[in-house]
Design a protein around this ligand. Structure first.
Ligand code: SDX
Length: 402
């Protein structure tokens, strides 16, 4: 086996790189973006300021943030053709399928960002021109993520698209474009806008989760960043990852009343059902984001009223936390109970993973940029395997086969 060691199922204990972006201590339940505790950022920062921090490594000065915000908001507008692209899907297409495709579609516009067409790694030279070129793709992807998400939503509604406003905050502009409550001359409710911004910030990055790894695996071939982000979005779509926030609500709806919780947990133990929203590859005590989600939920429910599934969610949480089966497996609630907030805010259920993907574009770009600028240039990711298949054998003609 040439000294190779199987990294066990799902990279359980494999580090593929060194990173300066996000730090997680799964035992202590710690999450820091570029050294800043998530609790402090959730309290004092905004999603867009945190985006700058994650991507460039430092909190921006006032003028740096102003330029960044103006660039991102300016690039929120998409080419008119994108409207036809989004409308080419069936009315009931899952919005994550639309968003995944739309990111790759975006890449078809920007040949200057496509190393395949430029025949070299245009980003990793580290000079001013290549840094500026990289920044432009970053502004476009963050700016257009909300616009494409809102377009995917309006396809379902059969409604006209709206031009992204540039005089609102990033999250306010998203809510305006979504206008998911159908309010005329929409004015974002400041409490709901702030709550969604905190949730965006919480979802911005999470070191080498499955989707960030997918972005880097894909980007390591020097494909354009739009295609790499599309790959990450596809990975996030799965119910074990970003799709879990939708799966949590479907689970709570299937449980129904709190008194059905014990029977449901027994079914989970028999592996007949999945307990979505619990468990995490890294966090083995608690997901620090879940406490901030809880606080945010209290703020939102004051405006929207409590979600009737909340009782069931609380009963499920209390029962699972007392049950030896789940304690032994260290299954604490993860970030994906935020679906209760999205539901209270009126977003459609299958849109919840999109509310995860939009902010996570920031983390994916931070990791992608870090890889493009790494010492020694980009190396393609090509893991090894241990071959355990058939030994050499000769071909048998079909007429001679039994
Ligand atoms: C996210 O990686 C990230 O950082 C992801 C994320 C991010 O910000 O990017 O944090 C976002 O994806 C959060 C996780 C969302 N997924 C879910 O809520 C889906 C439900 N959770 C599980 O599928 C599971 O907990 C995972 C996928 C999250 C983690 O699984 P692991 O690390 O591969 O652990 P495992 O499957 O090996 O489980 C260990 C044991 C097993 O028991 P045994 O087979 O050894 O007896 O715990 C059990 C599992 O069966 N288990 C569960 C369970 N999660 C794990 N049993 C019941 N319900 C669960 N939810």
């Amino acid at each position: 086996d040439k000294g190779l060691r199987v990294s066990d199922k799902g990279y359980l204990n494999t580090a593929v790189l060194r990173s300066e972006i996000t730090y997680i201590d799964g035992e202590a339940g710690v999450l820091r973006y570029r050294g800043y505790p998530i609790e402090q950022l959730a309290l004092h920062s905004s999603h867009l300021e945190t985006a700058y921090l994650l991507i460039y490594g430092a909190l921006p000065s006032t003028s740096q943030f102003q330029i960044f915000q103006e660039e991102v908001m300016h690039h929120g507008v998409t080419h008119a053709d994108a409207e036809q692209f989004c409308r080419s899907f069936r009315y009931d297409a899952h919005p994550m399928a639309i968003l995944t495709s739309a990111f790759a579609y975006l890449g078809s516009y920007y040949s200057e960002a496509n190393p395949s067409l430029q025949g070299q790694n245009i980003f990793s030279k580290g000079d001013q021109a290549s840094l500026a070129l990289m920044d432009k793709q970053i502004y476009r992807l963050i700016g257009k993520a909300t616009t494409l998400a809102a377009m995917a939503y309006r396809v379902r509604q059969g409604r006209e698209f709206v031009t992204p406003p540039t005089n609102l905050s990033y999250t306010g502009s998203f809510l305006y474009q979504m206008d998911h409550l159908g309010e005329e001359n929409y004015v974002p409710n400041p409490v709901l806008e702030k709550a969604l911004d905190v949730l965006f910030l919480l979802h911005a990055d999470h070191e080498l989760n499955a989707s960030a790894t997918t972005v880097l695996q894909t980007g390591s071939s020097l494909v354009d960043p739009y295609s790499a982000i599309a790959a990450g979005c596809a990975s996030l779509y799965g119910p074990l990852h970003g799709g879990a926030n939708e799966a949590v609500i479907r689970m709570l709806i299937s449980i129904g009343k709190p008194e059905n919780v014990p029977a449901f947990l027994e079914a989970v133990k028999r592996r007949e059902k999945v307990l979505s929203g619990f468990g995490h590859r890294v966090y083995k005590t608690s997901d620090p984001r879940s406490f901030i989600v809880r606080k945010t939920a209290d703020e939102v429910f004051k405006i929207t009223g409590k979600d009737e599934l909340l009782e069931t969610a609380m009963a499920l949480h209390a029962a699972a936390m007392k049950d030896e089966y789940f304690i032994k497996r260290k299954l604490a609630p993860n970030v994906d109970f935020c679906g209760l907030i999205y539901r209270a805010m009126g977003f459609p259920l299958d849109f919840f993973p999109v509310l995860f993907a939009v902010p996570r574009v920031v983390g994916w770009l931070a990791h992608w940029r870090q890889m493009m600028l790494q010492e020694g240039g980009v190396k393609i990711w090509r893991p090894r395997q241990i071959y355990v298949g058939a030994s050499k054998r000769d071909y048998v003609l079909i007429e001679e086969r039994i």
